[in-house]
Design a protein around this ligand. Structure first.
Ligand code: F6P
Length: 484
């Protein structure tokens, strides 16, 4: 099998470099080992009139990385426009933030079609295509339009919302019908998968049986594959990072005080405003906790050209300044707020230094920071994870302290509880979370999805609808993925 992995953002094989976003960082180690070719955006644009899409190709572990210049006329409408101003807010249940013009939608479809044409160059007789995330909902359909008959799978890293919310996206029906050209569609949680199938059944009126949708494209299986991390590697990195200058400077600066840590892209889905308000509330209600615990909030700037992100950036900065102004002392800063990214090796050391990890998104597909924080802890003296009930990770990490990120007082109480939790309870909770994380690693996730994708071709699903799209058909026994 020749695996072709596609995502908008790709990662180069340099673990010490800061990486924005969970997807690229999570995929790097597994794609490197698999020998796949990983195709994505170079971050540059060029005139789309060229005959051949331009790709810079370099070695990546046992395979290769191909970075494509996307067409300049459509990049803005695709990335800042339809993908991140219509799909992203809808997928995170923020229908109020959906903004999209017809031009944005046209650009999104153009870039999907452009990527499909570019992929032909990497196609071999035994190719299998695995497309990642909401940037490329229609890519499978474009591949089929170009006559590609090899298996195509899609994995969504974000949540999938209720029917009503997805119905707020312009052209939602056309897009979701296009998604059904994929043979396999993977989701992070049962709820995401159920929401998708319920739309397909109720709004498009298609038959769904055992998680298999029958459409004009043939059969599509929808299934759940919760993404994981490599916990051993993270633990090793955390051990090693103790001596990293950033990490030891942080330790020395704490003077025995406890630390809570938050690491997020600056995105409205991450719940940063509510989190900071919760710390404010905690220090107001329990002034004795001042100087005993502070917050290190790393917030990597993201999608700054989009209005909602620009507004958020100033709102969060202002809030941090206000809270520091109210609770700070000449020799104590309650919140250290950094707008930059860190490489994974340093992050692992920062996580280990913090007695409390705060991961409180309003909505999140999985949230790998939650898993990384847990994996980075010292087994003898682990920290406590405060986790939003609306992160996909909460399904597995149910011994974290789960919070409702809309309940500021409740979060304030829980953060205070986390900071004073006795060692026995911390260890008990941590061990249970480590068991879950070690059961579902990124390697397992990758293998499960590829197995399931290959099985779509092997004949177990049953007969298919008429051509033009070729079909493969079967499903086999559940190998760790949960099928619906
Ligand atoms: O889960 C969604 C995702 O693809 C993650 O990789 C990451 O959090 C984010 O979106 C990447 O966003 P961008 O590439 O726009 O910075």
């Amino acid at each position: 099998m020749n695996l072709v992995v596609v995502s908008n953002r790709v990662a180069r094989g340099k673990p010490n470099e800061p990486m924005t976003g969970g997807l690229a960082a999570a995929l790097l180690p597994v794609v490197e080992k698999s020998g796949a070719i990983w195709v994505g955006s170079s971050g540059r644009v060029r005139d789309g009139n060229q005959k051949e899409p331009f790709a810079e190709v370099e070695a990546l572990g046992a395979g290769a990385l191909a970075m494509l210049d996307l067409p300049s006329a459509h990049y803005g409408g695709y990335y800042e426009g339809f993908a991140n101003s219509a799909l992203w807010p809808a997928l995170h249940s923020r229908a109020d933030l959906i903004r999209a013009s017809e031009e944005d939608y046209a650009s999104y479809r153009e870039v999907n079609a452009f990527m499909a044409r570019a992929l032909l160059r990497f196609q071999k007789d035994d190719s299998v295509f695995w497309i990642q995330d909401y940037h490329f909902l229609a890519l499978g359909c474009e591949l089929r339009n170009l006559g590609v008959t090899r298996p195509t799978g899609f994995f969504l890293h974000t949540p999938w919302p209720s029917r009503a919310v997805i119905g707020g996206v312009p052209h939602h029906r056309e897009l979701i019908e296009a998604m059904l050209a994929y043979d396999l569609i993977g989701f992070q949680t049962d709820e995401d998968c159920e929401n998708f199938l319920s739309y397909v059944q109720a709004d498009i009126g298609l038959a769904v049986r055992d998680g298999v949708v029958t459409s004009r494209h043939g059969r599509t299986r929808a299934a759940v594959f919760p993404i994981g991390i490599d916990p051993e590697k993270f633990a090793q990195q955390a051990n090693k990072a103790i001596t990293h200058p950033d990490v030891s400077r942080l330790r020395h600066s704490l003077n025995g005080e406890k630390l809570a840590i938050g690491v997020d892209r600056l995105d409205y889905s991450k719940g940063l405003v509510n989190r900071i308000k919760a710390f404010d509330r905690m220090w107001t209600l329990h002034p004795q906790l001042k100087r005993t615990i502070s917050l290190l909030q790393i917030a990597t700037p993201s999608r700054g050209a989009i209005e909602a992100y620009g507004n958020l950036q100033s709102d969060v900065a202002k809030l941090v300044t206000d809270v520091n102004g109210i609770h700070g002392e000449v020799d104590w800063t309650p919140i250290r707020y950094l707008n930059k990214g860190f490489g994974q090796a340093v992050l692992a050391g920062l996580y280990r230094t913090a007695q409390v990890g705060v991961v409180t998104p309003l909505q999140d597909g999985m949230n790998l920071v939650a898993k990384e924080y847990v994996a980075a802890q010292s087994p003898a003296d682990p920290g406590v994870l405060v986790l939003s009930q609306f992160a996909g990770a909460a399904n597995e990490l149910d011994t974290a302290l789960l919070v409702n990120p809309h309940d500021i007082d409740g979060m304030a109480r829980t953060i205070a509880t986390a900071a004073s939790m006795p060692l026995t309870e911390r260890r008990m909770r941590w061990e249970a979370m480590m068991d879950k994380i070690s059961d579902r690693t990124i390697q397992q996730w990758f293998a499960d999805f590829i197995d399931a994708l290959q099985e779509t071709q092997s004949g177990a699903i049953g007969p298919v609808l008429p051509e033009p799209t070729p079909l493969w058909s079967r499903r086999s026994a559940d190998r760790g993925a949960r099928y619906h």
